[in-house]
Design a protein around this ligand. Structure first.
Ligand code: ZN
Length: 448
């Protein structure tokens, strides 16, 4: 692809293993250049999948799409690639080249995992971009880095390892150890940066609070799931350092974007991804759709991510103002539920529960039925032996204060509200916890 060729020449003759050189180049690339190159690469991807991928070839035929007339994503009309497509078709249906490395997604709502395949060249190309981002976050030559991302079928640990090959640092892959085991072993390294999952980081920080054992650390980079601002604040205050969030998915080898020191959205890697927002609302928020631009093994065209965000066109205040951003992920489109309380999604409850002591960060809101009414059940895990009755009062009082309109509707009898408290560690059944679930259909099904 055009940008890939341009980049490989730059790395060969100028950048080498010096991330600051790539960083300086990225800073000086005008957005118009990126846009033009994206256009060329998009057309090349469409041509490739039309020729080689049975899935896309059949879809184009069925929908009457002439690939030669497609210049930009909107020319494909209502055609998108979905998670369902990846689950219902074998990877071979999407393959345009010989795969060398494969991963599986962790998934939130399905028992099946999506399988995504790459070539080594594709992985190298994505990995070469990461050091420039890490440099911006404060990583320097000679620093000690550790990843506690698990690497069983999943790409995250592998992605960090590949990125670190292009940064002159010391690196340890810890994999996802229980925090207590990591605690014992990390002390002798005193890492400068740790890449991990947010839920693991909160547990690890709680452990360090109980036992002591903080050391000066530059930053944590978290990914794999969203992190509430409450959890971020908790970790940052405890360690007196920054927590940055990276955003990506296995489908993109984890590389859509990463925060900068201003923490006002993720700077997106537009060399690799063409991002669109599907059906944006009045504030520009909608589902993120990504087309991979540099992949020829298993390219994805207009892939619906289910993540809700918006494109930010205003320049950032950091050192790379020319690199576009998307806002922090607001939730998943499949987690937005219309019910008696209104249109609900995780951010509503993040604010409702923010700052409440005695519960863990793993909570869940379920929509159930109680007679003709919707019952909204708040599910919490008790963190430190607080009493359920006391916690229920605190939760209800805060909900009442922060959302007087929602509370008024409870009092008017438009829906019901309940709290349920569980022991720590019981809500998360899979890798990712679905924050808002609709369980009304289960009730209907059980009656049939
Ligand atoms: Zn920035």
């Amino acid at each position: 692809m055009f940008l890939e060729l341009f980049k490989s020449l730059l790395f060969k003759y100028y950048v080498g293993n010096e991330p600051d050189r790539w960083f300086r180049l990225i800073r000086s690339i005008p957005p118009e250049f990126v846009k033009k190159a994206q256009g060329r690469d998009f057309k090349a991807v469409v041509k490739l999948v039309a020729e080689r991928s049975p899935f896309y070839r059949e879809k184009f035929k069925k929908l009457g799409i002439d690939p030669r007339s497609v210049e930009k994503p909107s020319d494909l009309g209502e055609f998108y690639t979905t998670s369902k497509d990846l689950l219902e078709n074998p990877p071979e249906a999407f393959l345009c080249g010989t795969p060398r490395i494969g991963f599986e997604t962790t998934g939130t709502s399905s028992n099946k995992n999506k399988r995504i395949f790459f070539s080594q060249e594709e992985i190298d190309s994505i990995a070469k971009d990461a050091p420039a981002g890490l440099l911006l976050l404060g990583l320097r030559r000679g620093d000690k880095v550790c990843s506690t991302m698990h690497s069983s079928f999943w790409n995250a640990g592998f992605t960090i390892r590949e990125a670190m090959r292009h940064f002159d640092c010391f690196y340890v892959n810890a994999d996802k150890l229980p925090p207590i085991e990591f605690y014992e072993r990390a002390q002798s390294y005193k890492f400068d940066a740790i890449v991990c999952e947010p839920s693991w980081l909160v547990l690890y920080t709680e452990l360090c609070k109980q036992r002591g054992g903080f050391w000066p650390i530059k930053f944590f980079l978290v990914g794999g799931e969203n992190m509430t601002e409450h959890a971020r604040r908790f970790v940052e205050e405890a360690w007196n350092c920054n927590v940055f969030i990276g955003y990506g998915m296995t489908e993109t080898f984890g590389s859509v974007g990463v925060e900068c020191p201003s923490k006002m959205g993720y700077h997106i890697n537009e060399f690799h991804n063409w991002c669109e927002i599907l059906k944006p609302d009045a504030d520009g928020y909608g589902e993120l759709v990504v087309t991979t631009l540099q992949r020829s093994t298993m390219p994805l065209l207009r892939y619906r991510t289910s993540d809700v965000t918006r494109l930010i066109d205003e320049p950032c205040t950091c050192a790379i103002p020319n690199i576009r951003r998307i806002a922090k992920i607001r939730g998943r489109s499949d987690e937005m539920i219309n019910c008696g309380m209104g249109n609900i999604s995780p951010p509503i409850f993040e604010y409702a529960f923010d700052g409440i002591q005695g519960i863990t960060n793993d909570w869940q809101v379920a929509v159930k039925k109680d007679g003709p009414l919707d019952l909204i059940e708040f599910r919490f895990e008790i963190a430190n032996g607080s009493s359920a009755a006391e916690l229920e009062k605190v939760v209800t009082d805060q909900f009442k204060t922060r959302y007087p309109d929602y509370w008024r509707n409870v009092e008017m009898g438009l829906y019901k509200l309940a709290c349920r408290f569980e022991p720590r560690g019981t809500l998360r059944k899979k890798q990712k916890l679905i924050k808002v679930v609709d369980e009304r259909h289960e009730l209907w099904e059980s009656k049939i």
